[in-house]
Design a protein around this ligand. Sequence first.
Ligand code: SF4
Length: 309
Amino acid sequence: MPRLTNDFSWSISRDVTFQQCPRRYYYHYYGSWGGWEMDTDEKTRQVYILKQLCTRQMWQGQVVHECIQRTMTNLKNGVPPLLPEEIIAKTRERMRAAFRSSREGVYHRKPKTLALFEHEYKVELSDDEWKQSWQHVERCLDNFYSSAYYAKLRDLPRQDFIQIEEFDSFRLDGVKVHAVLDLAYRESGVNHIVDWKTGKSASKDNKLQLTCYAMYAQEKWGVELGSIRITEYNLYNDRMDEDGVSSGDIDAVKSYMRGSVDDMRRLLTDVEGNRAEEDDFKGTTSGRECKRCNFQRICATKVCDKNQE
Ligand code: SF4
């Protein structure tokens, strides 16, 4: 099999990481590259392991997404989904097993297993606080599986499902732009794109992400902008917001993406080869960012705790 190459691409999470801390961006997208190889050097391996860490809040969101993805895939494939109580019980079992694996540090040997930030950095949490992680997931799943929206999706003809959590991309000026739609389906001539949200607070302005989804849909499915409706479903609060995207939104987002790509590429030592040097990526000046950063263990530019306040 040909060796993978680290090609430049753009995504919203890449843009967010770059803005939070260029050094973190370096570790995530360059310093960790090849860390899965058996013959990699010690530092690359460590950066690769740290890259996989997720906080318990991120874990909660992942679990909810995976659970609904499985149900939607079953519906699309004509497989009757399990009853909600069975889904919730199995999810709880899986979370327990993954939690134990992370607590025992299995991810140091198997980096693709759950690696909780709180375990790696020994963040003190009470049993009650850990229990809240499960309660959060349970509430999101309860809300979803008892909703009228799920009942509607269950009755959707399976050929009307377009896409479920598929890792895909489109291009802007030749740059690959990643887009993963949680769910897309057609109904009465409308192309629906659904984004599951699992946080407690109301979503921040998400226009950039939603517009990227619409750009993807236009290019991949060849559909008119006016036929696309985007729904954000906050599963914790059981609240849905529907929106459309205008051609003005698309122009603004394209311009933003071009600026972001330029900023990222300006720090590369070799743009064609997508090569970068660690020292060219400065660390943040925010101690708050460092405190929640996956790479604090190995980062020489980390802002010390005493400078945080
Ligand atoms: S520890 Fe701080 S400076 Fe270092 S990569 Fe993380 S956020 Fe950036």
